[in-house]
Design a protein around this ligand. Structure first.
Ligand SMILES: O=C[C@H](O)[C@H](O)[C@H](O)COP(=O)(O)O
Length: 283
């Protein structure tokens, strides 16, 4: 049973206007255009009218997912529930006027779409650049279909090739020093993530934990599932930002405006044309 009532459904905000059957979109370039194309393609291919419970991930690519879902129209979205992976995606859902649910009310999700910091050739991912990996993993595991989206900078063969800041590891606050010591003993170079300019001291997650970022040698990164299991067994570790054997497909926006998609079975479609100005299915 849902615990959160959907808002009265008016017309959710979209920054696109329709003209002559086409969307008039804000012009974007480079990485932003690539993120939008990947997000739109993932929604068009995986969020169908029969999908009623949708997981919304975190990061800077996911707002384009919500934008495309809104473009599907109020008629279909009125009958859906949207489940966030953290504060940011909750705000996205609410501001778009979409019905907000929670994973404790909807432990079975039809489709979750989320960003990634890096994706290897087997669709294993590094996630948690925005410190959301715990809730993101719960929503990924709860979904019948988990899809990742990213721009061309995240498409790699071995994790760690492109995302050099390391594996994000969420830890209980009091355990961070002991976990860091153990990560060092297994060959990592851990650093406690700081809050940045707007906050003195460490980054604190939506679950009130700390985050350690730890690069590891390539010999360990080549086997991300094994590495993840070893880290997860350390007392004090809450979740590891390695998502292994979970994604069914990954969509990457390319610099030339095309899309590359990779699938869990090993199929890869390189450089496909995708028209972001085409209106999506409207129910
Ligand atoms: O914790 C954050 C998430 O794992 C994000 O999905 C990831 O960092 C990718 O974010 P972006 O879309 O901004 O590259």
């Amino acid at each position: 049973m849902a615990t959160v009532a959907p808002p009265p459904h008016t017309t959710p905000a979209s920054n696109a206007t329709h003209q002559d059957g086409r969307l008039q979109l804000k012009p974007l370039e480079g990485v932003e255009a690539a993120k939008r194309a990947a997000a739109y393609a993932s929604v068009d291919n995986h969020i169908k009218p029969e999908h009623k419970i949708i997981g919304i991930g975190s990061g800077s690519t996911v707002p384009y997912v919500v934008e495309r879902i809104v473009q599907q129209g109020p008629k279909v979205n009125l009958h859906r529930w949207f489940i966030p992976t953290g504060f940011q995606s909750k705000e996205l859902i609410v501001k778009a006027g979409l019905p907000l649910g929670d994973v404790d009310s909807f432990p079975v999700i039809d489709v979750t779409i989320d960003g990634a910091d890096e994706v290897d050739s087997s669709l294993n991912c590094i996630k948690g650049g925005g410190a959301c990996q715990l809730r993101e993993k719960v929503l990924a595991e709860s979904a019948s279909t988990f899809i990742v989206i990213a721009d061309y900078r995240k498409n790699s063969t071995i994790l760690g090739e492109k995302w050099s800041q390391g594996v994000p590891i969420e830890v209980a606050q009091f355990a961070y020093a002991s976990v860091m010591r153990r990560l060092e003993q297994m060959g990592g170079k851990p650093a406690l993530r700081m809050g940045g300019g707007a906050k003195a001291g460490p980054c604190v997650t939506d679950n009130s934990n700390f985050v350690i970022d730890s690069p590891f040698p390539e010999s360990l990164m080549k086997k991300p599932a094994e590495l993840s299991d070893r880290i997860k067994l350390m007392t004090g570790v809450v979740e590891v930002g390695l998502f292994c054997n979970m994604a069914k497909a990954a969509y990457f926006g390319n610099q030339d405006g095309t899309i590359t998609s990779k699938y869990a079975g090993g199929e890869v479609k390189e450089g496909e044309q995708f028209d972001v100005g085409r209106s999506p299915m409207v129910a």
